[in-house]
Ligand binder design. Structure first.
Ligand code: GAR
Length: 207
């Protein structure tokens, strides 16, 4: 059984997709042991509560400086000791010491086709604003392992989504979620839980 901790910052629709996929048997051999949020007001925490999953608040604001938060966050994860940490709309940079401790055991969903529209400053709705500003005709979502860089770890899966002429950032965000994110992330977790992927020479391979 793969024990996972899901980290969230806001609405938690990707968390909901994971919980639904476990309930529906789309994800197997997996249990969500806790949901961690940096934001006390995150709707995602209500979704966890509705599923009787413990919610844990880890906010940088509660610490004297970033180093103190990074250490406390890492210590909390070591204490929980999940098999996999899932960043599902988690808008806090993962501390380097945590990446080292959980090498190839942290995955992230990003709402674009990496390496386009990613890196520092590209998160949430901003990604879709930039896609529309650039006039891109195709976008999508990516699930990848987390390394020390920003959106730079080995890519697990990607799915493309068309941009429509009349799209607003909100409309495009919703389509990327519906057509890509809510499908890709559960699939990737199921693949990991059932030993279907491995990282070889820095790249993800199906095994
Ligand atoms: C999702 O679109 C996710 O891909 C994005 O934040 C949104 C969270 O929505 N993540 C990033 O931008 C990370 N760089 P949700 O809280 O409803 O799942």
């Amino acid at each position: 059984m793969l024990k996972i901790v899901v980290c969230v910052s806001g609405g938690g629709t990707n968390l909901q997709a994971i919980l639904d996929a476990i309930d529906n048997g789309i994800i197997t051999n997996t249990q969500v042991m806790a949901v961690v949020s940096n934001n006390a007001g995150a709707k995602a925490l209500d979704r966890a509560k509705n599923h009787n999953i413990p919610g844990i608040l880890m906010s940088p604001k509660a610490y004297s400086d970033r180093a103190a938060f990074d250490q406390a966050f890492t210590d909390k994860m070591v204490e929980l000791n999940p098999d996999l940490i899932v960043l599902a709309g988690f808008l806090v940079k993962i501390p380097e010491q945590m990446v080292k401790k959980f090498s190839n055991r942290i995955v992230n969903i990003h709402p674009s086709l990496i390496p386009s529209f990613c890196g520092v400053g590209y998160y949430g709705l901003k990604v879709h604003e930039k896609v529309l500003e650039r006039g891109a005709k195709l976008t999508g979502a990516t699930v990848h392992f987390v390394n020390e860089g920003m959106d730079e770890g080995p890519i697990i899966a990607q799915k493309a989504v068309y941009v429509e002429q009349e799209d607003t950032p909100e409309v495009l965000q919703r389509r990327v979620m519906e057509e890509a994110e809510w499908i890709l992330l559960p699939q990737a977790i199921d693949d990991i839980a059932n030993g279907r992927i491995a990282v070889v020479d820095g790249k993800v391979r199906r095994v």
